[in-house]
Design a protein around this ligand. Structure first.
Ligand code: IPM
Ligand code: MN
Length: 353
C-alpha cells in the first residue's frame, strides 16, 4: 500500500522521537512491501520562529494531503512567556480542531518487565490493560474564554453539547465491545451542569450498547481508583481536561510517561498520532528521550489510519521483546543501572521486528 504521512516533529525532544518512529515505519514498509512517504511540516515553537504562527496554513495543507499525521511534541521555555501573543500549544489545538479529531485514544498497559520501576506494588499492576477515550475538541479547552488577563478577571468555560458527548461515548462503547465490555464514564456530575449533561447523554447512548457494562465515577474518586485498583478498569471515557489529567496519572502504571502512545481520531480513518508526553526541554538533544511512546503511536497509525493490523501488532510485539530483553532508556532504568540512548532503543526494537 502507498501512504503519505505528514510529520510534525515540533519542539524539544519532538524531532528526536519522530525520527525514530520513521525508522520503524520504514522497516515495516520494507518488510511488508508498502510505500510510505513522509512529509515534514513546521509546528509549534519552531513554526512561531519561522512564520510567527504555531500552525501555518502550509502545515494544514500538508496534513490535508496526507493519510495521517505523526506528531512529536510542542512547546518549550523559549515560547512560555505568559504575555506572548501566540503559543506553541495553540498549533496542536488548531490541528485537532481543524480535522475534527474528537476522540483521543490512550491505551495503557502495565509491562511486567517494568513493574519494579513503578512506585506501585507489583501485585496491583497485574492485569492492568486499559484504554482512555478522551474527548478532544470540546469542553474547557475550546469554550468561551477571556484570552488575555488584562483586567482582574480571567475565565475559561466548560461547555458540552449532547452531540459532542454522544459521538465520543459511541467511540468508547464500541471500543469496549471489542475488549472486556466494561466502560467507566468519568465526570463531576455532583457539581457541574455540563457534567450532568455528560452523564445523562452517556446513559442514553448506553441503550444502543446493552452488552457493555457501564458505570460512572466522579473524577476525584477516579484519581484514587486508578492507583488503588487499576486492573479493574477496561475503557474509560472522560472530558477533554479530565482525560488530559487522568491519562498522565495513568502513565505511572506503564512505568513512564515516555511509554504511552495516543491516537486522535475523527469520523473517518484520518488521524493524528503522538506520544502523550511533552517536549521535555530539560533532556532535549541529549539522546535520552524514550522513543517508545512515539513508536507505539506509529503502530496505532498503522492500525487505525492505514488498516494494517498485522503490521501494527508486529511493532507492538517488537517493543515488548526489546523491553523483555532488558533494553532500557534513562526514564525506565532501575536506579544506578546503565541505560541506552534513544537511537539504541530504536535499534533494539528494530532488531525484533
Ligand atoms: C496533551 C498535551 C496537550 C493537551 C497540550 C500540549 C496542549 O498535554 O496532548 O495531553 O493539553 O491536550
Ligand atoms: Mn496532557
Amino acid at each position: 500500500m502507498k501512504a503519505t504521512i505528514a510529520v510534525l516533529s515540533g519542539d524539544g525532544i519532538g524531532p528526536e522521537v519522530t525520527s525514530q518512529a520513521i525508522i520503524v515505519l520504514q522497516k515495516i514498509a520494507a518488510k511488508y512491501g508498502h510505500d510510505f512517504i513522509f512529509n515534514e511540516a513546521p509546528m509549534g515553537g519552531i513554526a512561531i520562529d519561522q512564520f510567527g504562527d504555531p500552525c501555518p496554513d502550509s502545515t494544514i495543507r500538508a496534513c490535508e494531503a496526507a493519510d495521517a499525521i505523526l506528531l512529536g511534541a510542542v512547546g518549550g521555555p523559549k515560547w512560555s512567556d505568559p504575555t506572548a501573543p501566540v503559543r506553541p500549544e495553540q498549533g496542536l489545538l488548531k490541528v485537532r480542531k481543524h480535522f475534527d479529531l474528537f476522540a483521543n485514544l490512550r491505551p495503557v498497559k502495565a509491562y511486567p518487565a517494568l513493574a519494579q520501576h513503578t512506585p506501585l506494588r507489583p501485585e496491583l499492576l497485574e492485569g492492568v490493560d486499559l484504554l482512555f477515550v478522551r474527548e478532544l475538541t470540546g469542553g474547557i479547552y475550546f469554550g468561551p474564554r477571556q484570552e488575555q488577563g488584562d483586567g482582574d478577571t480571567a475565565y475559561d468555560t466548560e461547555l458540552y453539547t449532547v452531540p459532542e458527548v454522544e459521538r465520543v461515548a459511541q467511540v468508547a462503547f464500541r471500543a469496549a465491545q471489542g475488549r472486556r465490555k466494561k466502560l467507566t464514564s468519568v465526570d463531576k456530575a455532583n457539581v457541574m451542569a455540563s457534567m450532568r449533561l455528560w452523564r445523562r447523554t452517556v446513559v442514553k447512548v448506553h441503550e444502543d450498547y446493552p452488552d457493555v457494562e457501564l458505570d460512572h465515577v466522579l473524577v476525584d474518586a477516579c484519581t484514587m481508583y486508578l492507583v488503588t485498583r487499576p486492573a479493574s478498569f477496561d475503557v474509560l471515557v472522560a472530558s477533554n481536561m479530565f482525560g488530559d489529567i487522568l491519562s498522565d496519572e495513568t502513565s505511572v502504571l506503564a512505568g513512564s510517561l515516555g511509554m504511552l502512545p495516543s491516537a486522535s481520531l475523527g469520523s473517518a480513518t484520518f488521524g493524528l498520532y503522538e506520544p502523550i508526553h511533552g517536549s521535555a526541554p530539560d533532556i532535549a538533544g541529549q539522546g535520552k528521550a524514550n522513543p517508545i511512546g512515539t513508536i507505539l503511536s506509529a503502530a496505532l497509525l498503522l492500525r487505525y489510519s492505514l488498516g494494517l493490523e498485522a503490521e501494527a501488532k508486529t511493532v507492538e510485539d517488537a517493543v515488548d521483546a526489546a523491553l523483555n530483553s532488558g533494553a532500557r532508556t534513562a526514564d525506565i532504568v532501575a536506579r544506578g543501572a546503565s541505560f541506552i540512548s534513544t537511537t539504541e532503543m530504536t535499534q533494539a526494537i528494530v532488531s525484533n521486528l
